[in-house]
Design a protein around this ligand. Sequence first.
Ligand code: ASP
Ligand code: MG
Length: 450
Amino acid sequence: MSLKVLKFGGSSVGSAAALRRAAAIVRDELPFGGLVVVSALRGTTDLILEACAAASRDDLPAAQTCLSLIQERHHGVAMELGLTQTIEGVWSPLLARLDQLLTGMAMLGEATPRARDAALAIGETLSANLAARCFGGTFREVREVMRTDARFGKARPQLAALRTAAAPWREALASGALWVTQGFLGSSPEGVTTTLGRGGSDTSATLLGEALDADEVQIWTDVDGVLTADPSLVPEARPIPQMSLGEAEALSAFGAKVLHADSLAPGGRAGFRLVVANTLRLGASRTEILPVPPLRAAGAVTSVAYKEGISLLRFPATDGLEPPLEAARSLEEAGAIRFGLISSPAGTLLAVRPETHAAAEVLGTLAASGVPCESGWAVVALVGEGLRADPVAALRHLAALGQEPVGGLLTGSSTVSIAFLVPEARLGELIPRLHQRCVDGRRPSDHRMT
Ligand code: ASP
Ligand code: MG
């Protein structure tokens, strides 16, 4: 029998109305059972983190305020769904535990990553229990199966252990069970709670899909699948009905917000179909991410992605490679994302996005030590399987931009994307033009015979 895993993010389970919509989707998609993975109710993870931070400053009242907000939100939703009676007994010990954890952090004056993960886990556990009742399924504890290492806050899955632990789940789900479980959480080899990193529930769903030999994993979110461009810059952007895993990987690496990059690897290994669909617009188009690339015309671009907030560091050739490598390492350790490291006899260029306060500080220290550093850059990427067959097409598209100051080409291991640097201020004008030329320009409707 074919098995499907459905994942609902925080906004898809964030209110009674959203949960009712999700329940209808579950009825439709899983008439013969399957697995549902849910995130915490929208805003809960942020509130728990805020509570931990307050507790670690010994500001217990502020932590308690967050806790009350969490409590009120959850009770409000349960009440609207008429589930207060049934959920109370499950929720009270969880909320009491969160209270205790916060008190402990306040006493110690610190929130260690391990303690934070224990607190965060309560968000997903509250929501998965509620969703199970709302969907008419059974709550199952994901920490039974999601084995990870002990890197708290960004744990890495232990695939072999996960697969072994998931064997009883495979059996039960194959015989028609409807189970609801938590995203984002794992358990270390010693059985201590871990989390997979912010936004990690997509990854939970695809990892479980892999471990359970699922045929399909559906990520239910609040957009119409993966789009050809950011609709805030390109109103004509449209959903991409089918795309390859390689395209999805390149898009998430270069800034598309729909899927978490880590969530794509399991599909590549296991070969299931990955679907991104909109909870708010059931009839709307969705994107299928396929292990086998769909047919694309040579040179065709599927999507234009960008990421702003990039800083460039330029190292003189005379310095050699060691200083730029060292800078890249310390920036990444502080949380920066590296978009390019290009070396030529003329020098080395490092393009990074600081992302965290710590990384911005490292950047400041490097600039103070005399490394030329410019902020205000953006990375723009053209992504498409069509570029595999005709990589020069991307260069033709760039050449068509005329004399414009393109800051540099970032080539990498991806054969389905080409990326380059532009000043951030140019994005508003450039992205729509690129989209029109590379994506819209190739729309079949434009080549219609009359
Ligand atoms: N609740 C977690 C977060 O907000 C995990 C997720 O939503 O994917 O990051
Ligand atoms: Mg998410």
